[in-house]
Ligand binder design. Structure first.
Ligand code: HDD
Length: 716
């Protein structure tokens, strides 16, 4: 997607960017300046109007340049400010983008939690959400194979609450102390800083083998979840076990879930690989465009709850972040919804400076003894200090919308002015006292703790394979195939035979056939025996095929319409109108970007359409679907153009819905080159392998064609 697509869509929809009337929006407005206000002129940072910001003050010698003068405050300030623009990127999750929106509770849960946000269904809580990849640097590509971050900041009336989650419900490690190891092993290798944003290397897989606890997570990371089609089409999980406490002081263990309204969809690997080169900003643009055009992404908010006292009823430890709570055992209860409806105004101040802490919770919510979570609670606050400084919570994007007042003071870049005689508690004025619990002061759950101080872990933490196998067993056949191929790709990039052979050995503890197929692909000994007896259990909610939207939709999907001179204008216009009416985004792809003329139109006449892109500029990988209208001359040209044939063939290979009418039917059959593909020679609409054709089609037939396309797998 090029920038032109962005402006294109904005033009087309003419829908204003939504502004949620919220306290956070108003707060942002109070610190926002607009370069387009028409009244501003350039000043120095200390407010003096400048008359020239192009030429450094120098000693002029006739009409020649003389030396620059250090005394120039404007020249010094401009360069000095530039030299210091960068702050450290996040040590993980450096690449990402964010948007703002609102959270609405549908069902109050007073029996579980006293949190205002989980009880007051009349509230609209402003949120900021940042999506990210984990391993790549800030400038790396969006569509790499990786876990995606899904971090939500709720600006609640009682303070900020952050759920810093991922799009995968489990994690590589069980104890926070291992985090530097797992990240060092995944990031580029230390000697040559290769590879960028990839898990396909020796160190990553060496780590996976050395840590059997990572097995479940690497199965997820090799699945389609790790190559999402869009941030808007991924789930989010809090991963760690938190707690909810009600007004009576009773406690429940909880896991948080986000389920996207649009369903869960992924790329195929070949597509993801190509887009990483063709458009490294694919996901960032996709989110931006959707919000800009008024198609606001939404997620249902769900909780899984286990009452205190029941925590030992499972064959896994409920505090182990490498395990899911199978939905068959602990169903998800959906109680709210989140919508993202506002793009940032400025990336640096609203996305780079957006900072999360798992330790940021509000009354009614608490932590469990999950050893990953407890370590995270230290790490996030700590990392914000080195990225943003001690006063990072004063930055506009991080500021709560409720009052903040205490006796913390000073530090670099403090900019709140706190008036008064005292900066400690208790004081003789009773100034700024703590809040009583009954008036909303946070109360820690009075957990009984007794034990022996030791570096140890619970017994159930030592079982690592049951859920890895359950995950694999629960996959649809094509999902299993994708996992096998992903492992084949990753291990092919490991040149240390010890590394890939040992991973195959690990796989034989999960599923023999999986291990054998991967071994055959990547080389080395093919295992003959299942190394651990299989339990053959499956669970609900693991295969992403279960997450089709309740009503199939092509809204916000990008459809390319491929044309050359002599195209059929009835089919072209009919399909374009039908797509727009269904909320899809049609793009005209021409043989060139200069005007293309329909059958019956003179070249150079006032008619013709100006394509959004030409065949070489934009590939089919960038679109969800392709439609080719007929027109004898247009098809003759497309058929002779290698790139056009490749366009359609590649779309077919990437399992995209393809539509063709009139002469294009034969062209698509030729391009897809698949015996057994059924095509229609009559006016009947035929669907075969996601290719929808009608050789003779009346304008009213487009609705039917579109309905069939909706049924094509890519859209479900
Ligand atoms: Fe983390 C960032 C998610 C374990 C330490 N993490 C970070 C972000 C996400 C997650 C989404 C990006 C936030 C943003 O957009 O700014 N992390 C997770 C999940 C984990 C997890 C779901 C497992 C349940 N993380 C984890 C551990 C540690 C960290 C065990 C350290 C002990 N994570 C960090 C960090 C980062 C971070 C170094 C880097 C930037 C930041 O915090 O703000 O502190």
């Amino acid at each position: 997607m090029a920038t032109s697509i962005l402006s294109n869509i904005a033009d087309r929809t003419k829908e204003a960017v939504a502004s949620t009337s919220s306290k956070k929006t108003a707060q942002f407005a109070s610190v926002t300046k607009d370069v387009h206000d028409g009244n501003s002129t350039i000043t120095s940072d200390y407010g003096v109007k400048q008359s020239n910001t192009d030429d450094w003050l120098k000693v002029a010698t006739g009409d020649k340049n003389g030396p620059l003068l250090l005394e120039d405050p404007f020249g010094r300030e401009k360069i000095h400010r530039f030299d210091h623009e960068r702050i450290p990127e996040r040590v993980v999750h450096a690449r990402g983008s964010a948007a703002f929106g609102k959270f609405k509770l549908h069902e109050a849960i007073p029996e579980l939690s006293s949190a205002g946000i989980l009880n007051d269904t009349s509230r609209e809580t402003p949120v900021a959400v940042r999506f990210s990849t984990v391993l790549g640097s800030r400038g790396s590509a969006d569509t790499v194979r990786d876990v995606r971050g899904f971090a939500v900041k709720f600006y609640t009336e009682e303070g900020n609450w952050d759920i810093v989650g991922n799009n995968i419900p489990v994690f590589f490690i069980q104890d926070a102390m291992k985090f530097p190891d797992v990240i060092h092993a995944g990031k580029p290798e230390p000697d040559n800083e290769i590879p960028q944003a990839q898990s396909a290397h020796n160190n990553f897989w060496d780590f996976q083998y050395m840590h059997p606890e990572a097995t479940h997570m690497f199965m997820w990371a090799m699945s389609d979840r790790a190559i999402p089609r869009s941030y808007r089409m991924m789930q989010g999980f809090g991963v760690n076990t938190f707690t909810l406490t009600n007004a009576k002081g009773e406690r429940h263990f909880v896991k948080f879930h986000w389920t996207p309204e649009l369903g869960v969809h992924s790329f195929v690997w070949d597509e993801a690989l190509k887009i990483a080169g063709q458009d490294p900003d694919f996901h960032r643009k996709d989110l931006w465009m959707a919000i800009d055009s008024g198609s606001y992404p939404k997620w249902k908010f769900g909780i899984q709850v286990i009452p205190e006292g029941k925590e030992d009823d499972f064959d896994f430890d409920i505090l182990d972040a490498t395990k899911v709570w199978p939905e068959d055992l602990v169903p998800i209860r959906y109680i709210g919804e989140m919508e993202l409806n506002r793009n940032p105004d400025e990336f640096f101040t609203q996305v780079e400076q957006l900072a999360f802490c798992t330790s940021h919770i509000v009354p009614g919510i608490g932590f469990s003894d999950d050893p990953l979570l407890q370590g995270r609670n230290f790490s996030y606050q700590d990392t914000q200090l080195s990225r943003l400084g001690i006063n990072w919570e004063e930055l506009p994007v991080n500021r709560p919308v409720c009052p903040v007042m205490n006796h913390n003071r000073d530090g670099a870049m403090r900019h709140t002015i706190t008036k008064g005689k005292v900066n400690y508690w208790p004081n003789r004025y009773q100034a700024v006292p703590p809040t009583k619990p009954e008036e909303g002061g946070y109360v820690d759950y009075a957990a009984k703790v007794a034990g022996i101080k030791a570096r140890t872990q619970s017994k159930k933490f030592r079982e690592h394979h049951n859920q890895a196998e359950m995950f694999f067993n629960s996959m649809a056949p094509h999902e299993k195939m994708h996992i096998i191929n992903a492992l084949g790709f990753e291990l092919d990039h490991c040149d240390d035979q010890g590394v890939y052979e040992r991973i195959v050995e690990r796989l034989s503890e999960i599923d023999l056939s999986l291990a054998q197929q991967v071994a055959d692909m990547v080389g080395g000994a093919v295992p003959e025996q299942q190394k651990r007896p299989k339990h053959n259990k499956k669970a609900k909610g693991l295969s992403q095929t279960e997450f089709a939207p309740s009503t199939p939709t092509i809204a916000t999907r990008m459809v390319a319409i491929l044309i050359a001179d002599g195209y059929d204008p009835v089919a072209y216009n009919g399909m374009k109108a039908a797509l727009s009416a269904a909320g899809a985004l049609p793009f005209t792809i021409g043989i060139r970007r200069n005007k293309v003329y329909a059958a019956g139109e003179e070249k150079g006449s006032s008619g013709g359409v100006t394509p959004d892109h030409h065949l070489e500029g934009m590939r089919s990988t960038m679109f969800d679907s392709v439609f080719v209208p007929g027109g004898a001359k247009s098809i003759e040209t497309l058929r002779k153009t290698g790139r056009a044939v490749h366009w359609v063939r590649e779309a077919f290979g990437h399992l995209k819905a393809i539509g063709a009418t009139g002469e294009a039917v034969e062209f698509v059959r030729f391009a897809c080159d698949l015996p057994g593909l059924e095509f229609s020679a009559s006016s009947a609409v035929v669907e075969s392998y996601g290719v929808v054709t009608a050789a003779q089609v009346e304008p009213h037939g487009f609705k039917e064609t579109l309905n069939m396309a909706k049924g094509a797998k890519d859209f479900l």
